[in-house]
Write a protein of this length. Structure first.
Length: 103
């Protein structure tokens, strides 16, 4: 089984460059060093939305195994992760597929 960790975040006011540098060069490598995470991709939320959005950035992390394993790995690593105060308002969601991808 596999799944995804979806993380919505914002950069602190006026600190987007610092935030993006930290996220790409520090945070993603730390998460990908954890079993069961296998890949990551970041996105900027487009200004063209149907509904108002609360977050500017989204990261998708793929993992192998079940959601409990991924959540446990994150919880155990949390005290040692090099977090940055340039990130604000994080929202994390661990998801598991209900079926195969279509299309």
């Amino acid at each position: 089984m596999s799944g995804q960790l979806i993380v919505f975040t914002n950069a602190a006011e006026g600190r987007d460059d610092e935030y993006n540098n930290w996220y790409d060069s520090v945070h993603i490598p730390e998460i990908l060093a954890l079993e069961p995470f296998t890949s990551a991709q970041r996105f900027r939320v487009s200004e063209n939305q149907i509904f108002p959005q609360t977050h500017k950035y989204v990261a998708l992390y793929n993992f192998e195994g079940d959601a409990d394993l991924a959540s446990k790995a994150l919880s155990e690593a949390a005290p040692t992760l090099q977090m940055s105060d340039s990130m604000v308002d994080p929202l994390m969601i661990v998801v598991e597929p209900l079926g195969p991808a279509q299309g």
